[in-house]
Design a protein around this ligand. Structure first.
Ligand code: BGC
Length: 917
C-alpha cells in the first residue's frame, strides 16, 4: 500500500469535494470526494481499489487514511476523517490501484468549514435606528466600523449574514462579486451565512468595514397578491458580520457587528426586487466606507434580535454576474430617450455611462418584448415597476447601475436630459459554467437549446423561480419538478437543488404536505398544499439530481421529506383507494384549456393526481432501496402498485383520449405492461392526427416525447419536436424567442401579444382578475433532456453516468448532431453524422464508465467499432469510432402549415454580441 510510484495504468486526473464552485466554506457533515481518472493503457484498466487521505492544516499533524478500500467507487466517496469543526481547513488526496499497481497521489483539494455553531457568532445583528423602511420603502441603511490592524495578518475571514440583502466593502473595496446575499430562504427557519477570504485587504493599519442593506426578499415586495404589502419575513433589516483575523504570531482578533457601529443612509433611496432602484447621487456620502471619513453625523446603530441557531453556511452557489451583453441602441423621438435591445432576454440590469448636470433625472424601464408599435410591452410585468431611477450630482461622466434589484428583460427605454456615453446589459444568475453542450445541423433546434439554457440562467436566481420579470418570481414547485432533470443536465446544479430542497422540507406541513411555492410565501388564494405535480417536487427533484450526479447524499437528506410527502397524500385517499376530487393545477396551460382558466386541461385532474401519487411512492421506494432500506421501500412500492391499479381501472379509457393522459400512463407507470403498446399507439395516433401539434401543459409536456420514444414512435416524436407552427417549441424560436415562453402562443402568428387574462381560480367568476404572461418560464424547456437522450443520443443509463446510454435516432433532414456532458467521471461525448457510407459516430467514454449501445440499425446494417465488427452492446472507456451502414433513419415530413400559423419574427430584433459567457 505504501511506496506508491506513478506507474503505467491509471492516473488521478482531478479531484474535487462536494462543494459548489464559488463557495468558500462547507456546511456540517462529512466531506465527499469525487475523482476522475486517466489511463495510459487502452482499454483502461479498471480501478480495483483506492486510498483517501485527509490532513489537518492546523499544524497538529493529524492525518486520516481510509486504508486500501477495494472497489471502483470514485464519486461522492465519504472521506475518512469525519466532519470538520467550525473554521477548520483540511486537505484531501486520493490514489488508486489497478492491475498495473498504484497510481501516484492526486493533487490535493482543500475544504474549509464555515461557522457551524450558534455560539461561533459573537456579535449582535445591527441596523439603522428608527429605520423608516420598517413601514415604507426607504433609503438603504449604511453601516460602518473603523478598526486598526496592529500586527500582520496571516488569514482573514469575513463571516456574514443578514435580514435582507447585503453588500460589504473593506476600505471601499468590495469583498466579493457575489450578489443578493445571503439569498432567499424561509428566514424564520433557516438563514444562510457566507464566508469571504479578505486576507489581501487587511494590511497593518487603519481600516473601515462598510455594509449597505437592501429589502430583498426579506422585507421587499413578494407575491402578486401584495401590491403594496411588504415585510413578509420581518420589518427590520439587520447585518450580522464577523471579521476574524489570524495574525502571523498565531494570535487572533475579531471585529464583529455590535452597538458601537455607526449608521446612516446615502444615495440608494429605495430598492425593491420588483420595482427597481432609486439612486440619488446628490445624497451620496463620498468615501464613507474608507478610513479618513468623518462619521460624526452618523448615528449609533440599533441592535436587532437574530436567532443564530438558525444560521448555517450557504452551500449553494451565489448569484453572480455571468455575462455582459453589448446592446443595440435606437434613439427615439426627440425627448423620448433611447430604446435598448440586448438581443437576449436576461435577468439583470442595464449599466449606463452618462454625462448630464446636477439634478438631471435618468430612468431605465425594462420589458421582455415590444408591442407591435415598438413600445415596451409592460402589461406582463403586472404591478412590478421594473424601473431604475437616477438623479445626477454633477457634470462629470458617471456609471449608473442599480443595487438590490433585478429585472427580466431584453428591451429597455432610457430617458433623461443626458448624453448617453455607454450602455451594456449585465446578466446575473446562480449558475455559471454549462455542464453540457449540444449542436446539430438544424439551427432552430440549436436556438431552442440556447433559449432553454437562458431560461435556466435567468430563473436560477437564489431559488428556482417561475419567471424573472413580473410581481411573482417564486419557487414554484411544479415548474421545478418539470425542469429538474434538464437543469441538472445543463449546469452543475447539485448544490443549488440540495439547498432548495432543504427549504422545501422546512416548509413542508406534516399533515397538509408540500406547498406549491418554496419558500412558501403565498398566504392566501388557491389551495396550495399537496397539489399534484407541484408538491411532487419533493420526490421528483431528488431523484433527478441523483440520476444526474450519482451522489446518494441527496436521497439520504431528502428521504424523510419524500416519505412525509407521500404519507400526507396517502392519508387523503378515500374508501376507493384513490385521492378524492380536489382543485388541481393539473396539466396547467394545456393549449386547449380556456386561456383564462389554464387549470381546465383535457387530462382529468383527479387522474393526474393519482398518477403522480403512484410516481412519488415509487420514487420514494427506489430512494429507500438505494440507501439500503428495503424495509422502508416496501410499503411505498406496495402503495404505488395498489394506486396504479385503481387509477388504471378508473381512467384507462379517459387516458387514451389525450396526449397527457397517455404520456402519464406510460411514463408514470400507470398502464399495466400488457397495455403499454396500445397506449403508445394511441398517443402516436393522437400526435399524428394533430400534425405534431403540442397539446400538453406543464405536466404532460416533459413526458410526451419520452412516452413516444419509449413506445418506439420516434416518427411522432420528431413530428412534434420539429413542428414550426403554433403551438410548438420551434414556433417560439421562429417568432424570435430568446427564452422559453410561459404560454405556447404568448406572441400570436400575427405578431399580437396574448392578453394573459386570468379568471380568479378555482371558481368560475366571469371577470378576469389578472394577467399571466411571461416570456421566460422554463417548464416547457424540459424537452432538452429528450434532445440529449435521443437526438444527440447520450444519457445516463445508471446514476451519475457510470453507465452511459448511447442511442441516437437520426431523422430525415437532420444529418449531424453532437453533445457532451461533464459527468462526475469526466467529459463524455457523442458526435454523429449521416453520410453516404452510413452513420458515423464518434464517442468519448470517460475512464470509470462504460457505454451501452442502442444503435439505429436496420436489418441490413453492419456495425463496426474502431474498424472491427462490433461484438456485444457494451463498450469500454476511451475514444471510439462507430460506423453503422444502412442505418435506420426516422422518417419525417414537415407538418402542413396553414400560413396563419407561421410565426412572424415580431420580436426578433438584432441579436447583440455576447461579450462574455
Ligand atoms: C406561475 C407558474 C405556476 C403556476 C401555478 C403561475 O403564476 O408562473 O409557473 O406553476 O402559476 O399556478
Amino acid at each position: 500500500m505504501t511506496g506508491a510510484a506513478a506507474s503505467a495504468g491509471l492516473v488521478v486526473a482531478s479531484i474535487r469535494s462536494h462543494q459548489a464552485d464559488h463557495v468558500l466554506t462547507s456546511g456540517a457533515g462529512p466531506v465527499r470526494l469525487t475523482w476522475t481518472l486517466r489511463s495510459t493503457d487502452r482499454p483502461a484498466a479498471p480501478q480495483l481499489a483506492y486510498e483517501m487521505e485527509a490532513v489537518a492544516t492546523d499544524g497538529s499533524e493529524r492525518r486520516w487514511t481510509s486504508g486500501e478500500v477495494s472497489g471502483d467507487a470514485q464519486v461522492a466517496v465519504t472521506a475518512p476523517d469525519g466532519p470538520l469543526d467550525s473554521r477548520e481547513i483540511r486537505s484531501y488526496r486520493v490514489r488508486v490501484r489497478s492491475t498495473a499497481g498504484w497510481s501516484g497521489w492526486s493533487d490535493t483539494v482543500r475544504v474549509e468549514a464555515g461557522l457551524l455553531d450558534a455560539a461561533d457568532w459573537v456579535g449582535d445583528a445591527i441596523t439603522l435606528p428608527a429605520d423608516p423602511g420598517s413601514t415604507t420603502p426607504s433609503p438603504s441603511p449604511m453601516l460602518r466600523q473603523r478598526f486598526v490592524v496592529d500586527r500582520p495578518v496571516r488569514r482573514a475571514r469575513l463571516y456574514v449574514t443578514s435580514y435582507g440583502l447585503h453588500r460589504i466593502t473593506i476600505d471601499g473595496s468590495s469583498v466579493t462579486g457575489d450578489l443578493l446575499g445571503p439569498g432567499w430562504t424561509p428566514y424564520g427557519k433557516r438563514i444562510l451565512a457566507e464566508t469571504y477570504d479578505v486576507t489581501e485587504l487587511l494590511g497593518v493599519g487603519e481600516h473601515v468595514v462598510g455594509a449597505v442593506l437592501g429589502d430583498g426578499w426579506y422585507r421587499g415586495r413578494l407575491g402578486w397578491e401584495r401590491e403594496t404589502a411588504r415585510s413578509t419575513y420581518g420589518t427590520q433589516l439587520a447585518l450580522l458580520a464577523q471579521l476574524e483575523l489570524t495574525h502571523d504570531d498565531g494570535t487572533k482578533s475579531i471585529v464583529a457587528t455590535d452597538g458601537s457601529w455607526r449608521a446612516s443612509t446615502g444615495a440608494i433611496r429605495r430598492a425593491d426586487l420588483y420595482d427597481g432602484c432609486d439612486i440619488d447621487l446628490r445624497r451620496a456620502q463620498a468615501d464613507w466606507d474608507r478610513p479618513g471619513f468623518d462619521p460624526s453625523t452618523w448615528r449609533s446603530v440599533a441592535v436587532v434580535p437574530l436567532d443564530t441557531s438558525l444560521i448555517e453556511p450557504r452551500v449553494a452557489p451565489p448569484v453572480r454576474v455571468i455575462a455582459s451583453l453589448a446592446c443595440m441602441i435606437t434613439p427615439l423621438a426627440v425627448g423620448r430617450g433611447w430604446r435598448l435591445d440586448a438581443g437576449q432576454n436576461v435577468t439583470g440590469w442595464v449599466r449606463i455611462r452618462v454625462r448630464g448636470s446636477t439634478d438631471a433625472t435618468v430612468t431605465v424601464r425594462h420589458a421582455e418584448v415590444l408591442e407591435p408599435d415598438g413600445s415596451l410591452h409592460t402589461r406582463s410585468l403586472r404591478s412590478a415597476k421594473a424601473t431604475d431611477t437616477y438623479v445626477l450630482a454633477g457634470s462629470d461622466p458617471v456609471v449608473l447601475e442599480p443595487s438590490f434589484t433585478f429585472h427580466g428583460f431584453r428591451y429597455a427605454v432610457i430617458r433623461g436630459d443626458i448624453e448617453l456615453l455607454d450602455v451594456s446589459v449585465v446578466a446575473i444568475s446562480s449558475v455559471d459554467e454549462p455542464r453540457s453542450r449540444f449542436a446539430c445541423s438544424d439551427p432552430m433546434l440549436e436556438r431552442l437549446h440556447e433559449n432553454v439554457v437562458w431560461s435556466l440562467r435567468d430563473n436560477f436566481v437564489s431559488v428556482p423561480s417561475d419567471c424573472p420579470q413580473r410581481d411573482e418570481r417564486l419557487g414554484w414547485t411544479g415548474d421545478a419538478q418539470a425542469f429538474a432533470a434538464t437543469a441538472s443536465l445543463l449546469v452543475d446544479s447539485q448544490a443549488f437543488w440540495s439547498s432548495w430542497l432543504r427549504d422545501l422540507e422546512l416548509e413542508q406541513d406534516p399533515v397538509l404536505g408540500v406547498s406549491t411555492v418554496v419558500p412558501d410565501v403565498v398566504v392566501s388564494g388557491e389551495p396550495r398544499y399537496g397539489r399534484a405535480g407541484w408538491s411532487d417536487a419533493a420526490t421528483i427533484v431528488p431523484a433527478a439530481v441523483y440520476e444526474a450526479y450519482g451522489d446518494p447524499e441527496i436521497l439520504r437528506a431528502q428521504l424523510p421529506s419524500m416519505r412525509a410527502h407521500v404519507d400526507s397524500l396517502d392519508a387523503r385517499r378515500g374508501s376507493d383507494g384513490l385521492l378524492p376530487e380536489a382543485f388541481q393545477f393539473g396539466d396547467w396551460l394545456d393549449p386547449d384549456a380556456p386561456s383564462d382558466r389554464p387549470w381546465l386541461a383535457k387530462a382529468d385532474g383527479r387522474y393526474i393526481a393519482n398518477a403522480f401519487l403512484v410516481h412519488s411512492a415509487r420514487l420514494t421506494g427506489t430512494a429507500a432501496r438505494v440507501l439500503g432500506r428495503p424495509d422502508v421501500a416496501e410499503p411505498y412500492e406496495h402503495l404505488a402498485t395498489e394506486v396504479a391499479a385503481a387509477t388504471w381501472t378508473t381512467w384507462a379509457e379517459h387516458a387514451v383520449t389525450n396526449q397527457t393522459g397517455c404520456a402519464v400512463a406510460l411514463e408514470l407507470g400507470i398502464a399495466p405492461d400488457a397495455e403499454r403498446p396500445r397506449v403508445g399507439e394511441a398517443l402516436a395516433a393522437l400526435v399524428r392526427e394533430a400534425d405534431g401539434r403540442v397539446a400538453t401543459g406543464f405536466l404532460g409536456t416533459p413526458l410526451v416525447l419520452p412516452a413516444l420514444s419509449a413506445a418506439g414512435r420516434f416518427d411522432a416524436a420528431y413530428l412534434m419536436l420539429l413542428r414550426r407552427q403554433v403551438p410548438s417549441w420551434l414556433y417560439q424560436v421562429a417568432a424570435g424567442a430568446t427564452t422559453v415562453w410561459e404560454r405556447w402562443d404568448a406572441i400570436r402568428p400575427d405578431g399580437s401579444i396574448h392578453d394573459g387574462r386570468m379568471r380568479p381560480f378555482p371558481d368560475d367568476a366571469e371577470d378576469a382578475d389578472g394577467n399571466m404572461l411571461s416570456f421566460n418560464h422554463y417548464a416547457y424547456g424540459a424537452v432538452v433532456d429528450w434532445i440529449y437522450r435521443h437526438v444527440a443520443g447520450i444519457a445516463p443509463a445508471s446514476p451519475g453516468y457510470r453507465s452511459i446510454k448511447i442511442a441516437p435516432r437520426p431523422v430525415e433532414g437532420l444529418d449531424r448532431a453532437e453533445a457532451s456532458v461533464v459527468t462526475p467521471y469526466g467529459q463524455a461525448g457523442i458526435s454523429w453524422a449521416v453520410g453516404s457510407d452510413g452513420l458515423r459516430i464518434e464517442l468519448v467514454v470517460p475512464v470509470g464508465t462504460s457505454a451501452v449501445l442502442d444503435l439505429p440499425v436496420s436489418p441490413d446494417s453492419v456495425v463496426t467499432l474502431d474498424g472491427d465488427p462490433l461484438a456485444g452492446t457494451v463498450i469500454d472507456a476511451g475514444r471510439h469510432d462507430l460506423l453503422v451502414t444502412n442505418p435506420r433513419i426516422v422518417p419525417h415530413r414537415e407538418a402542413a402549415a396553414p400560413s396563419a400559423d407561421t410565426a412572424q419574427p415580431a420580436n426578433a430584433g438584432a441579436r447583440g454580441a455576447i461579450e462574455a459567457w
